[in-house]
Design a protein around this ligand. Sequence first.
Ligand SMILES: *Cc1c(COP(=O)(O)O)cnc(C)c1O
Length: 403
Amino acid sequence: MAGPGSQWIGKEEVQELLEVMSSGYLFRYGNLDDPGFKHKVYSFEQEFAAKCGVRYALATSSGTAALVCALKAMGIGEGDEVIVPAYTFIATYSAVIFAGGIPVLAEIDESLSLDPPDIERRIGARTKAIMPVHMLGNPCDLDGIMAVADKHGLRVIEDVCQANGASYKGRQLGSRGEVGTFSLNIFKTVTAGDGGVVVTDDENLYTLAFGFHDQGHSPLRAGVEVGRRSILGMNFRMNELTGAVALAQLRKLDRIIAVLRGKKRLFKESIGAITGMKFRTLNDPEGECATLCTVIFDNPEKADRVSRRLGTTTVDHSGWHVYSNMEHFNRYLRERNLPHGKGAYPRTDSILSRAINLSVGVVDAGLGAAFGINIDSSPEEIRQTAARFRGACRDSGMDLDCV
Ligand SMILES: *Cc1c(COP(=O)(O)O)cnc(C)c1O
C-alpha cells in the first residue's frame, strides 16, 4: 500500500493505456489532428491546468524534475538562496542545489509547514525565493508566506508534491505562487508510477520551464524554433504511457479527496479528545487532501511510548523527511559550514519529536505513517483503529476524555 491513487488503479487506467499501446505511438508529441495520435500527455496537461485554475501545466518525468524546471525557469542560479522548510522531502533541497542555488532552512510551526516569522529571520542579501512545501496533504499558511514575500520582494515557488488536489481559501494549491510543482510518484494523491507537473499563469515562465524540460524546445515543439530557443535544457519529458495513466488518475482525484475527507472525519471523531494530545494545526481545514492525520503530544516521552505501542515511530525518527536524518544532505551542509545535524532547528526538532503521522490515504513508513487507515477502510475498521490508538494512549498513562 502506498498512496490512495495507487490503491484505486483500475479499468480506467487500463483503458487509457490500451488506447496508447494499440496506436503503437508512445512519444508525447504528434499531430493533434491525426486520430492515430492519442495525445494523453497533452490532454493531461490541459485538464490539470483547468483543475488547478492556471493557464499552463507542463508534465514532467518526476516531481523532482518539475522542481528543477521551475527553479531554472525562474532564473535561480549560482549563489541564490531559497528558503525552504526544515521538514520536507529531500527533493526540495536537492532541486535547489542542482539548480545551482543554496537551500536555506527555516523552522516549521505546528501545521508542520514553514513558519512565516522564521522565514523573515532567514532572509539575507542573497535570498531570491521562498519555497513553501504543503506537507502531508495540507496547505501552508500561504497568506503569511505571501505577505513576507511581498514585503521583501521575494519570489514564491510552491512545492505541492504532497498535496495534489488541496486548496487554500478556495484556491487550488500551486496557483498562488508564481510557479507550483506536483509529483505523481506512488506515495502521492494520484500516481502514474512516476511523473510530475509544473503549473504557472506566466507565459514566459511556462516557455522557459518547457524549454528546460526539453532541450530548449518551444512549448509543444510548435512554431519555428531554430534561432529562438529560450534556454539550454535537459530531457525531463513525460511519455504517452505515463500520460495515459496520469490522465485516468487525475479524473479520480476529486472522488479520492472526497472519500478521504469523509474517512478522516470519522477517524478523528472516533479518536476524540485526549488530554495531552492535539491534532496538527490546519491552515485551511476545508482545503486539505486528508491523506494523513498528524497528532502532536505535549511531550516527546508520551509520543514515543504511544508510537512504540502502535508499532510505528514519532516523526523525528522517520528517515526521509527530517533534515537531521538526511546524512547525504547533512554532508553538503557541513562542507559549506551551514547549520546541520540535530539541534540546528530546535523548534522543528521539538515538534517532530512530539508528533505521530497516522495514515488516512497515504500509508508510508518513510513518512512515519505505518499505522492508521487507508482509502478502502470500512467505518468499522476506522473505529477499531481509532480505538487502538486511544488504547495506546491510555496504556501510556494518558487521560482519555469521553468521545
Ligand atoms: C514526492 C515529493 C517530491 C518529488 O518527488 P518525485 O519522487 O521526484 O516525484 C518533491 N517534494 C516533496 C515535498 C515530495 O514529497
